[in-house]
Structure formats: C-alpha cells, structure tokens
Design a protein around this ligand. Structure first.
Ligand code: BT5
Length: 321
C-alpha cells in the first residue's frame, strides 16, 4: 500500500493529491491513507498535508527500503513479489522456507542485514547492516536440475554488468561464483537447489555484494573489498544496482528458458574471467590438484588441462587462481 501511495504522489510531480482521491483509487479508508502517509514520513519521505488540498511529496528518498524496492521492481515479470527485512538470519534461508510452502510465487528477498549469512559449504558471509546488498531470488525454473549451475553464471554476468553501469568500476569474474575488483572479492553467489531427479521444486539464488562497507573483519580484509572503497569512499546507491541486476538477469534467464540460448552468458563470462589462461588449483572435498584453465564451455563448465595432458570439464568447484 505504501508503494502504491508513493506512486500516486510521484505521478503528481509535487502537486497536491487529495486524501479522498487516494482513498478512492486504492480502495482504502481516508484514515488508513493518513496512517500510511505517517509511516512513509517516518521512513524519511517529506510529505506535506494541507486541509482541503491533500498531500504533496516534498522530498523523495531513493535508497533501499521496502517501498522503493517494490516501486523499482513493479514492472518486472520475473519477480512477482518482493520482501524487505531490516534484519534476518539469511535471505537464502528465508527463500527456502517460502519455497517449502505448497504455493509460492517467484520472489525477491532483500535484507538490510544478515545475522547468519552463509557462503558455500556452510562458510560464513559477513553482511553488515546497511552496507551491502544481501538478497535471494526464489525461482521455479522449468528445466532439468543438472542445468541449475547456469543460474550462477547468469547472475555473475548480470551483477557484473549492473555494478559497471552504476559505478563505472571494472569488474572481473572468478569462475563460477565470485565477482572481484582489483583482485579482491566484492560479490559472492550461492545457488541452492531443492529438486527431485528430473524436476526442480525451487531454486534459490543468493547474492551478496559489498557496496558501502568501509571495513572488513581481520580474517577477510586482505581478500575483500567494497564498491565504495574502490571509489574513495563514495556512497553508492544499492537500490539502483538491484534494479539493474534484476533487469539484466531477467533478459539472460528468458533467453535461456525461452530460446535455449546461453551463449550471451558464456561470452560475457569468458570476456570477464580472471580464471582463464592461468595455472589454477582445483579444490574438491579434501583433494587439491593443479591444472591450467583453458576455457568455459557452452554448458558453463570450466575446461582445464591436467598435468598429465588430459582435458577435463569441471562442473562445480572451488578454483583458486
Ligand atoms: C560465496 O561463498 O561467495 C557466496 C556468498 C553468498 C552470500 C549471499 S548474501 C545473500 C544470500 N544469503 C546468504 O545467506 N547467502 C547469500 P564462498 O565462495 O564460499 O565464499 C565465502 C568466503 O568468502 C568466506 O569463507 C570468507 O572467506 C569470504 N567472505 C565472507 N564474507 C565476505 C564478504 N562480505 N565479502 C567478501 N568475502 C567474504
């Protein structure tokens, strides 16, 4: 409701809109309109009210909050619903609990803070309040479970593009799930699947981006950075990046689902890869082996040359460069 009221106020471009008009258009009582206006004021919107004239938007807020998120994604057909939390354990966890419900819509879950943000293999993901994008997209894709890892590559491409457009920072992709800037990690992706042998029940695409983080914990400060740190502490708008990401991701997703075309994602990943043409170490479970990264194939696998000269396609794994 708050997002709808904001839409009406914005459409008037600084002119008054009467309480009666809002209540008619949105089919709520005038007392409710007044209640929602006060909520919006407490979130930082300056809205004046004058008897017999109504309400007028004096100054706008364009940072990430529930109203702005819903407003920014209202035209997006991939995301049917948005949820915004001030704090949560993990947006991936929340997405899974929604996915486990019988009926659910594809949705985006964003939180200002995560208290138990997770990386791959249960690792910790630091998610300081207000400093980053901590979000999960809950999807119901109609393709075979073994194609799910493609979603990670789509997200890496879409987020890399979104960051570059919004900030002008040059990013690189470390196959398969990291975005790095000047060699340091700025974004991590965690794709989780709930599936049967040949059917995906739901897929959770979790993404963490360090946007305005100024300081990292000692354990990661050598290998992590934020967009703001890369731009001399300039403040960066998280909402714009989310919007750009969702727009780009939707294009890649529809190209793949509707036209079976995954080439643009692979081409982008190849172009931005910091993994290719390098000696790498592949870590899977307790084993580590050295190889040379040759290519990313059309299925999204990393093709490596082993020390015995054989080529191998790596489907999933930890690769250090
Ligand atoms: C990842 O795992 O990079 C996936 C991270 C996914 C986080 C998102 S946030 C929204 C959603 N909800 C969640 O609970 N998770 C997802 P991995 O490749 O395993 O990297 C984890 C490692 O990165 C850790 O062991 C640390 O060394 C390092 N790390 C932790 N927090 C970091 C941060 N904020 N920035 C950069 N590196 C970090």
């Amino acid at each position: 409701m708050k997002a709808e009221i904001m839409s009406l106020l914005r459409a008037k471009q600084g002119e008054y809109v009467s309480g009666e008009e809002i209540s008619k258009q949105l089919n709520v009582s005038r007392t409710s309109v007044w209640k929602y206006i006060n909520m919006l004021r407490s979130e930082g919107y300056e809205i004046s009210s004058v008897t017999n004239k109504g309400y007028r938007l004096v100054s706008d807020v364009k940072e990430l909050n529930e109203v702005e998120l819903k407003y920014a994604l209202k035209e997006c057909s991939l995301v049917q619903e948005c949820f915004f939390f001030d704090t949560i354990d993990s947006t991936n966890q929340k997405a899974k609990s929604i996915g486990n419900g019988l009926e659910f819509q594809q949705c985006l879950i964003v939180s200002n803070e995560q208290t138990k943000g997770r990386g791959r293999l249960g690792r910790q993901w630091d998610s300081e309040k207000g400093a980053g994008i901590w979000m999960s997209l809950l999807l119901k894709p109609d393709f075979a479970p073994d194609l799910a890892s493609r979603i990670t590559l789509m997200a890496a491409a879409a987020m890399s593009e979104a960051i570059e457009i919004e900030t002008g920072i040059e990013t690189a992709i470390k196959w398969p799930n990291d975005i790095v800037v000047n060699g340091k990690k700025v974004c991590g992706i965690l794709t989780e699947l709930n599936a049967e042998l040949n059917h995906i029940n739901y897929l959770v695409l979790g993404i963490g981006v360090n946007v305005n983080t100024r300081q990292f914990d000692a354990e990661i400060q050598e290998k992590a950075t934020s967009l703001s740190l890369e731009l001399n502490n300039q403040w960066i708008n998280r909402l714009n990046i989310i919007k750009l990401f969702v727009e780009k991701f939707e294009i890649y997703y529809n190209q793949f689902v509707n036209e079976n075309d995954f080439r643009p994602v692979i081409e982008y990943n190849r172009r931005k890869s910091i993994t290719l043409n390098k000696d790498v170490e592949i870590i899977s479970g307790n084993t580590r082996k050295k190889a040379f990264a040759l290519d990313i194939d059309m299925d999204g696998n990393l093709i490596v040359k082993n020390s015995d000269g054989s080529n191998e396609a790596i489907y999933y794994g930890e690769v250090s460069v």
